[in-house]
Design a binder for this molecule. Sequence first.
Ligand SMILES: *Cc1c(COP(=O)(O)O)cnc(C)c1O
Length: 353
Amino acid sequence: MTISVEKTKNPKQKPASDNLVFGTTFSDHMFICDYEPEKGWHNARIVPYQDLCVSPALMTFHYGQSIFEGLKAYKTENKKVNLFRPIENMRRLNDSCERLCIPPVDEKFGVEAIKTLVDTDRDWVPEEPGTSLYIRPFIFATDPFLGVRPSETYSFIIITGPVGAYYKEGMNPVKIYVEPNYVRAVVGGLGEAKAAANYAASLKAQVEAKAKGYTQVLWLDGVEKKYIEEVGTMNVFFVIGDEVVTPMLTGSILPGITRKSSIELLRSWGYKVNERRISIDEVYAAYEKGLLKEVFGTGTAAVISPVGELNWNGREITVNNGNTGPVSQRLYDTMTGIQYGKLPDTFGWIETI
Ligand SMILES: *Cc1c(COP(=O)(O)O)cnc(C)c1O
């Protein structure tokens, strides 16, 4: 499928690189592709960024058939633009499609669409250290219809926008509230899909944790409320003695690309990494024995987010004296080094535009 490009006649003013607020500014262009049963995915085009005009009966509004992805483009010192494992995002997009009865998108074509869009808006990839262009592919149901069934038509859209450095003054360990009541997902549900619905399900716990002074919640499994799943919108890792543990992908956990990359890096450095079930009791028991060395989240936005404090039913513990630990720091430095082209791409993760 070819992608037509219609350039904007009114380029927007770009925000200053030191004043980029996540999710507020969008680049000049967007990618759109339509799906109809007879035509499949068709009419792939890059057009000026614009509002959509949709029916109030749009199935997405009523039944939530909506999925998304998130990745970034990084400008290197020699002005190249790097993408980090974009094919993984397209594979996961298709896994999400499958779970929500959305027709799949050709994965290589999806990467091509991202590259063409980013190339069109190359000037929007900021250059200041730590900044990047956030890329948001998403697919949603477009039948104007009330009634519960999969939609017959869909839109696949990609928008992008410049984002600031996540850590302006070095990595900053966060306070996490272990959520005892609400759950994010259960096995058999949507947890392993990047579905908009998962975020809707998470909001109330997030709001209540914020009001108590915590940055994010740590989710426990939806059945026993015992096994650890994720932290907010990130996967989570624990350094216990000489073992690095992350919850295994049981079906209710989002399979993060930063998670996967962290496991691969740690193993290449000789760490013992285990993907297994880990209970909150085990984490607290390890703390009591002095074995809990580090806790950190992984995700595209922050890359690595060290956890400095946990509160589980009023039991507050401080991890690594509230400081960033060596494993978190090394992962962060290596991953961002590869992304910005400062370290060799020994794993073949980078695609340059
Ligand atoms: C996107 C996401 C992650 C992180 O995935 P990455 O591919 O590493 O960015 C983790 N948990 C949830 C719930 C997510 O939506």
